[in-house]
Write a protein that binds this ligand. Structure first.
Ligand code: C5P
Length: 421
């Protein structure tokens, strides 16, 4: 049975889940100045619930001490293949059998070269080679000078390591410790944490293209005033992130919000409903899925003044005539079948949620409407949703918005026609 709308209001603020809870990560450090970021990375992984076993090469210890890494990971660091602490004296086997992933950050040019040729002359190389390749992925965060990264030898080695099943996180472009600017910079700790979280998500939308609208729109009255609403954009941004984590190529058309762009998401910023419409319509036929989470203003001032409306000398408050905005979702849902993505709409209501959501689904001509109680959720980090499709309703109980977004992505994947790209 579908929930009473009032029940949905009972959601309380919730902290985001510990995204790496239960994951055991071997964090390998090879020698490079980016070792300083590995300290922060260890903290980020531990904060996200992971247990972290640090393994360092001899050169890594020139850049950061095992003392620091032990203190942050709360575990003794391993570096030496002859370390006698392991009762069976096989640290390389034990460490790689326990791990859910080996993440080497930083991965130096030399370490990648050694991986490419299958060398096992130190503990980190040894355990990468000895890991069960099917169940313990090898993830690499390259970090080196831009000339070293671009060198054909490095590129050849990277291609070999990737062909052998390694996965690259980055590198990024930007300022380098040597003073040069270019490709080869290691991703920041928080970015690597998010890459790792994304890596563990099921790839339910691999090969799909997803277009998402998010946030409010702002309809100008004059150059300094306008009509908008309380939408924070958090739900739409969470859906864009969850779809990207699930392997989709994601385009996010965002109204005016101050939220960071989720990793691997292409973002287009707009202000008004008309701009959102103009951005979405040419993109829609290039996407297999369209998720309209934006709280688009239904009306805009018929005439936006080019100069500020002045209070002085006005006998009465000015009357503002409104005109209707285009309905983006309905327009996309009305595209010819060959150009039409599979459409999901949102219904934010203050009352009679189910009745409105059912009616909206039919009126807009979309297969799925996701309902929530608008004012109860705007700006919050948690939400509860009800899914309305041709077969009936299904509740997604209160949770933080990212958890709900991942659950929605799973629902999309389950319902999608196989023809959607
Ligand atoms: O018509 P209403 O605003 O209640 O419908 C909400 C759904 O329609 C949401 O999915 C919203 O993103 C979408 N919508 C739209 N363009 C509009 C109005 C709403 O895409 N002009």
């Amino acid at each position: 049975m579908a929930p009473a709308p009032e029940a949905l209001l009972e959601s309380r603020p919730m902290s985001p889940p510990l995204e790496l809870q239960g994951k055991h990560i071997v964090l390998g450090l090879s020698g490079g100045i980016a070792c300083y970021k590995a300290a922060e990375l260890t903290r980020e992984l531990v904060k996200a619930g992971a247990s972290v076993q640090v393994v360092m090469t001899e050169s890594a210890a020139q850049f950061i001490t095992p003392v620091t890494m032990q203190a942050l990971s709360n575990r003794p660091v391993f570096s030496d293949p002859w370390d006698a602490r392991a009762p069976n004296n096989m640290a390389h086997i034990n460490l790689s059998r326990e791990a859910d992933a080996v993440l080497v950050a930083p991965a130096s040019a030399d370490f990648i070269a050694r991986l490419a040729s299958g060398r096992a002359d130190d503990l980190l190389g040894l355990l990468c080679l000895a890991r069960p390749i099917e169940r313990c992925p090898l993830l690499l965060a390259p970090a080196m000078n831009r000339e070293m990264w671009a060198h054909p030898a490095t590129q050849r080695n990277v291609a070999q390591v990737v062909a052998d099943g390694g996965v690259l996180f980055g590198p990024a472009a930007g300022d380098q410790a040597c003073g040069e600017v270019g490709d080869g910079r290691m991703l920041e700790a928080a970015e690597l944490r998010d890459e790792l979280i994304a890596f563990f998500q099921p790839k339910l939308l691999a090969g799909r293209r997803v277009l998402v609208t998010a946030g409010p729109t702002f309809e100008a009255i004059d150059p300094v005033r306008g009509i908008s609403n309380h939408s924070s954009g958090k739900m739409g941004f969470a859906i864009a992130r969850a779809a990207a984590e699930a392997g989709a190529e994601v385009t996010l058309v965002a109204g005016p919000v101050q939220l960071p762009t989720p990793r691997q998401v292409r973002r287009i910023d707009v202000v008004s409903a008309q701009q959102m419409f103009d951005a979405v319509m040419p993109l829609a036929p290039l996407h297999g899925i369209f998720v309209a989470t934006a709280a688009v203003a239904d009306w805009r001032p018929a005439q936006a003044g080019t100069r500020k409306i002045k209070k002085d000398g006005q006998a009465a408050a000015p009357a503002i005539a409104l005109t209707e905005n285009p309905d983006i979702l309905a327009a996309v849902a009305a595209l010819p079948a060959a150009q039409r993505p599979w459409c999901v709409g949102f219904a934010a209501e203050t009352h009679d949620l189910l009745t409105h959501a059912r009616a909206k689904r039919v009126r807009k001509g979309v297969p799925l409407i996701v309902g929530n109680l608008g004012p109860a959720t705007f700006g919050r980090d948690d939400n509860s949703l009800v899914l309305v499709d041709a077969d009936g309703e299904r509740e997604l109980p209160a949770a933080d918005k990212l958890t709900l977004a991942r659950a929605l992505v799973a629902e999309f994947a389950r319902r999608l026609p196989s023809s959607a790209t």
